[in-house]
Design a protein. Structure first.
Length: 376
């Protein structure tokens, strides 16, 4: 007896061929509230202090379902982002006229799952080579994108994309956009948790879309691995470096230049926090080891993570010096001298242009929570 409703659903769907959610979505209720109210109702109160990440990967029923599998993810909201029409309806977005993409906003605990891992997971659950849609759903509104909510998210997203490109997983260009998040509008209530509330219809749609067959073929057992698959820093090309860096940052990090003394951001910075490579983000120095050397450049008695720096002889001046470079980023940082204070007797003299400062209060948010204990 239970088979009758399923057959009633499947027969017309199978006869129609591949289907998209546009064709079989329920009608929007006349009483659906505005987007702001929908997000307030959809988001549990305890997620207010947690981090958020926004992605577009085609049908939001599927991407919502995929991200809800992860430990540390408190909630996933289906919605719309990237367009210029405020509080759009599903019908407006699916027409392709609003500029919005079907998107999800992930509320997560950065102490359990990092933004970097969310990026890694994202790539393994979309087709980042499709510029015309995603799987059975065609149109710009179904294309993939990463919407960054901070400069740190932008940096991590660009680095993750480079790792994917360098991995050789795809033999076609990666076309997923990396864009600033201007606004996110939650979708209508009937779209939230669609994989649970309309399980049969959702499972058939997903199977028929070709998404799982594609992802299994590309990633195999790595598709749902709970550890990062795309690891390691991939240095950008020269052209990309010139786009990412200011002229001074490029001169210092790529051409081994030196910034002006006493005229740089960090020489007299007294805030608590850590200093990371401006490109790779690898932790390099701590404010706890910073001191006033009188030279006009940020100076430290020792590295925060010795394994993240490498030294080599520099013979560009008359007397040899010891150059300091970041290991993963392979960027020029400065020099180390033997005239520092105790307890090390060394002066790690760095260029501010090669560094990015992460203040103590942002360590957790930016993925450096393991260093928070240094400042307790």
């Amino acid at each position: 007896m239970r088979l009758a409703p399923l057959a009633t659903l499947l027969v017309p769907l199978l006869a129609a061929g591949p289907v998209s959610p546009r064709e079989y979505a329920p009608e929007r209720g006349a009483a659906d509230p505005p987007a702001a109210e929908r997000e307030s109702a959809a988001t549990p109160p305890d997620t207010a202090t947690r981090a958020t990440a926004t992605f577009a990967g085609g049908c939001f029923w599927c991407t919502e379902s995929d991200f809800e599998k992860l430990d540390g993810v408190a909630d996933v909201i289906s919605g719309y982002a990237g367009g210029d029409v405020p509080d759009p309806t599903y019908e407006q977005v699916s027409s392709g006229a609003t500029g919005h993409l079907e998107s999800i906003r992930v509320h997560y605990d950065p102490e359990v799952v990092s933004y970097e891992f969310l990026l890694d997971w994202f790539w393994r659950h979309v087709d980042p080579t499709d510029a015309g849609g995603s799987f059975v759903d065609r149109g710009r509104q179904y294309t993939s994108a990463i919407f960054y909510e901070s400069e740190e998210q932008r940096r991590l997203a660009e680095g993750s994309k480079r790792r994917l490109e360098a991995s050789g997983v795809f033999d076609r260009p990666i076309v997923t956009g990396i864009r600033p998040l201007e606004a996110f509008y939650p979708a209508e209530d009937y779209h939230q948790d669609y994989h649970r509330t309309h399980a049969v219809r959702y499972r058939f749609y997903r199977w028929n879309s070709g998404r799982d067959a594609f992802l299994d073929r590309v990633w195999g057992d790595r598709r749902d691995a709970r550890t990062a698959v795309l690891q390691g820093y991939v240095k950008p090309s020269e052209a990309v470096l010139r786009e990412l860096l200011t002229p001074l940052q490029y001169e210092v990090t790529q051409e081994e230049g030196t910034e002006p003394a006493f005229d740089n951001p960090y020489w007299d910075n007294e805030e608590e926090g850590i200093y990371v490579d401006v490109l790779s983000g690898e932790p390099l120095f701590s404010s706890r080891d910073k001191y006033e050397s009188g030279t006009g450049w940020p100076s430290f008695t020792r590295p925060l993570e010795p394994g993240n720096v490498v030294t080599r002889k520099d013979y560009r001046l008359i007397l040899p010096r010891t150059e300091v470079r970041s290991r993963a980023g392979d960027n020029h940082l400065g020099h180390v001298f033997g005239d520092g204070p105790e307890p090390t007797g060394r002066r790690w003299c760095m260029n501010s242009a090669a560094l990015r400062f992460v203040p103590r209060e942002r360590l957790e948010e930016e993925g450096y929570g393991r260093y928070a204990a240094l400042f307790e």
